[in-house]
Design a protein around this ligand. Structure first.
Ligand SMILES: NC(=O)c1ccc[n+]([C@@H]2O[C@H](COP(=O)([O-])OP(=O)(O)OC[C@H]3O[C@@H](n4cnc5c(N)ncnc54)[C@H](OP(=O)(O)O)[C@@H]3O)[C@@H](O)[C@H]2O)c1
Length: 300
């Protein structure tokens, strides 16, 4: 297997780097010499993150690309810009995510949590997959959550029209299960290509998570804050998956505290992982890369 050699000098595209776990990871990766590209939806917040990251990165100023990950056309534009700008992309981190207490629809007619947390990573990854493969060795890391435990993918109700429970937490858990199933199927398709795909759980972390859901949720987050980890601690597994030589051995793994752990039985269901891939292709307008349904490692 080709040596990884750490993240220094490698192009790392990271979503959700303007706050919380993603910002803490970006600061540490920049400190370790990564060439960072932040994907952000808000210019001012991105500029603030760039200032904070540049302060530790010995003159390496991260690039910023603006995109709203709730919109598939925005993701497609983003991928075009990334492909035009970078001949090599060695790392993609799908970290942006959110919970919505109230059911909302994206401009594409898809329930918003599903659009941002699952379909955005799926579409961005598949659009960049050929470039990642050409840049091998390469790594794809997706931020999942322990909230996937107990969830099932509602294949007959993907827009959550029938069920909306727990102030958005049921739906959130489904999307975090989808992150793992996506990683499982992606890893299978990537076998032997020099590209790996892994997911991780950051723990319960004090971030901006759930602050978009009104006063009560903000209060709830403030009360539980003393029990939460710091963003730096929450970012440790992400940084490890991107940088560590040891992580080269992993493909399709679910990591907690820098160690592979077993996700829920539903997250290990390879049939569900395959089905989810096909449905996700349909929801994003069809196959986008060589590793699509008709791709290099077709279904056995
Ligand atoms: N905090 C926890 O306890 C916890 C636990 C398990 C898993 N996670 C996961 O960790 C990841 C990061 O969350 P966090 O806790 O760090 O929360 P956060 O502080 O709210 O950060 C979320 C990041 O995602 C970005 N984002 C959200 N929606 C976006 C969109 N439509 N387009 C582009 N960017 C968007 C945000 O950008 P803005 O700055 O513009 O809002 C922000 O940079 C998420 O995937 C979350 O599910 C968190």
């Amino acid at each position: 297997m080709t040596e990884w050699g750490g993240v220094a000098g490698k192009r790392v595209v990271l979503t959700g780097g303007t706050n919380g776990i993603g910002l803490a990871a970006a600061i540490e990766l920049a400190r370790r010499g990564a060439d960072l590209t932040l994907v952000a939806r808000n210019e001012a917040r991105a500029a603030d993150a760039v200032r904070r990251i540049s302060a530790v990165s010995a003159g390496r100023v991260p690039d910023v690309m603006l995109a709203d990950l709730a919109s598939q056309s925005s993701i497609r534009r983003l991928a075009d810009e990334l492909l035009a700008r970078y001949p090599r992309i060695q790392v993609l981190v799908n970290n942006a995510g959110a919970i919505y207490a109230r059911r909302q629809m994206s401009a594409d007619g898809i329930e918003l949590t599903w659009a941002v947390n699952h379909l955005a990573p799926f579409l961005l990854t598949t659009l960049l997959l050929d470039r990642l493969t050409a840049s091998r060795p390469a790594r794809i890391v997706t931020t999942s959550s322990g909230a996937h435990e107990g969830a099932r993918i509602p294949f007959d109700d993907l827009n959550a029209e029938r069920a909306w429970g727990g102030a958005g937490f049921t739906r959130y858990g489904e999307t975090k299960l989808a992150n793992i199933l996506f990683t499982v199927e992606l890893a299978r398709r990537l076998e032997g290509t020099g590209v790996t795909a892994n997911a991780f759980h950051p723990g319960f972390v004090a971030t901006g998570f759930n602050r978009n859901n009104g006063v009560l949720m903000r209060l709830g987050m403030a009360i539980t804050r003393p029990f939460a980890r710091s963003p730096q601690k929450g970012a440790e597994s992400l940084v490890w998956l991107v940088d560590a030589e040891d992580a080269s051995q992993l493909n399709g793994a679910y990591i907690f505290d820098r160690r592979p752990v077993a996700p829920s039985p539903a997250a290990q269901n390879v049939e569900a992982a395959r089905r989810l891939w096909q449905i996700s292709e349909e929801q994003t307008g069809g196959p986008t890369s060589r590793l699509s349904s008709a791709g290099a490692n077709p279904e056995p």
